[in-house]
Unconditional design. Structure first.
Length: 99
């Protein structure tokens, strides 16, 4: 079987910007710390966009070496948050390591 150039490539997510609706708890600093412990994530920035009696709209910027968006989505849902939109998604293509 012939190996193509595409077969030797890997795509990694490096930056994601999310618009998220969350409950008032956990606080944004706790949420940021918890997200930062997820594999592949090296930096989390959360800013409050809007607040009402029981919810907060926040902008979450996540940076890392290989962000798994489905893990982030699941984690946020477990904490009672919902992704309204993915506003930015940055990926890089790198050569796969030979085994």
């Amino acid at each position: 079987m012939k190996t193509t150039y595409e077969d030797q490539q890997s795509v990694c997510t490096r930056r994601v910007v999310l618009d998220v609706l969350k409950t008032r708890e956990p606080a944004i600093y706790d949420l940021a710390k918890r997200l930062a412990t997820t594999s592949g994530i090296t930096r989390v920035n959360i800013s409050l966009a809007e607040i009402d009696q029981s919810t907060e709209s926040v902008k979450i910027i996540i940076e890392g070496t290989d962000i798994k968006i489905e893990l982030v989505r699941r984690y946020l849902e477990e904490l009672g948050a919902a992704i309204h939109s993915i506003d930015e998604f940055d990926v890089v293509r790198t050569p796969r390591k030979s085994t």
